[in-house]
Design a protein around this ligand. Structure first.
Ligand SMILES: [Zn+2]
Ligand SMILES: [Zn+2]
Length: 58
């Protein structure tokens, strides 16, 4: 079984199909942003600080 795949909250596509401009919902950086369960993108630092996980980490 694969992992649960998250969908972008804006376009509704999976992360690897999402063509949205990706930036962290908290600090606005575009460095190392990944989609999380709530459909928003967060950078590595904010994910760690807030306990958000990427789809591979759940
Ligand atoms: Zn998208
Ligand atoms: Zn951030």
């Amino acid at each position: 079984m694969g992992y649960k795949e998250f969908k972008c909250g804006v376009c509704g596509r999976l992360e690897d199909r999402c063509d949205c401009i990706k930036y962290c919902a908290i600090c606005q950086t575009d460095y190392r942003v990944r989609l999380t369960e709530d459909g928003q993108y967060y950078c590595a630092d904010c994910r760690e600080a807030c306990g958000y996980k990427t789809q591979e980490e759940v």
